[in-house]
Design a protein around this ligand. Sequence first.
Ligand code: NAD
Length: 352
Amino acid sequence: MTPSHKALVPFVSVDHMMQLIHHIGLELMLVGLADYIEADFKRWELFDKTPRVASHSATGVIELMPTSDGEVYGFKYVNGHPQNTRDGLQTVTAFGLLADVATGYPVLLSEMTILTALRTAATSAMVARRLAPKGADTMAMIGNGAQSEFQTLAMKAICGLKTVRLYDIDAQATAKCAANLTRSGLNVVKCTSPEQAIEGAQILTTCTADKQYATILSDNMVGPGVHINAIGGDCPGKTELAPGILHRADIFVEYPPQTRVEGEIQQLAADHPVTELWQVITGAAPGRRTDEQITLFDSVGFAIEDFSALRYVRDRLKDTGLFHALDLLADPDDPRDLFGMVQRAAPSAEKE
Ligand code: NAD
């Protein structure tokens, strides 16, 4: 039985997402995503918010991230499995959905493995634009895996980054990242230690994957006046920064009830002061106040960023044809005759 047109849901596959990125241009898309995320952070109080629902195992975590602005509902399914790359699998994969709150009908289903990398990078750069010291143009990028090029290019497109200094415990990852950034217009420096990577950098990005309390940056590595963009510590028992750094930094977070469980600040007392980013974006709280201040974005990734990213994709999809129309919803002519619709689809011999 052919479903009626109105029930078909646009589905953006991985292939279509890649085409959409090339259609728009990666850096322009990062700028557009940052604008959408910023717009949603400005109306933060409108949203239904909850820490993500996490299912932990010995090897990783599977999470659901829902939110709603009252008109549109969204969620993302995402995993984090640091050991996956050993078997040729991604550490992070994801897909997500938007739905119309008035009817509950899905209006978009999308791959989000690539989109997550873009939205995480766009969020980092949107935050660095407010917190990094004036004129910051050099970033240390520690952890050169799947997220790293996106993080770097967002800082270029949104914050005017000129130089990136790469370090990874796996030299092949650094070589891959440097090769991918060859034509980026950035000055790319391959480093052999984290200490070398942070030399002269005003922005320190940590984006490693290890399910433990790791020390990617130790206390003595972080001097005054830098901005730390801490991406990889995003699960209970998974952090990247020495606690001493946290005590010297002004800490900015997405949604405290989630970050206190998942972020770097899980290492601190539950009442340690933090600033909510949405308040910086609305002007209710200050961002960077002095040149000497150490600012820290304790990023864990929040549902509203995914909602914004899906909203951006939905808006940019129109007229591109870069989606499949998915037969996801049963749509009987008589809404109460679901059974009749199933019966009519039976092979003709069965109907007789
Ligand atoms: P990935 O596995 O592709 O890359 C991680 C890299 O870190 C690897 O190249 C690995 O060799 C390197 N690494 C591990 N330990 C290191 C160390 N001690 N020093 C230097 N390098 C080290 O993972 P990815 O997809 O790039 O994700 C990176 C991290 O970011 C993960 O922990 C992931 O959970 C997290 N993440 C956070 C957000 C967010 O919103 N905050 C979003 C996406 C991913």
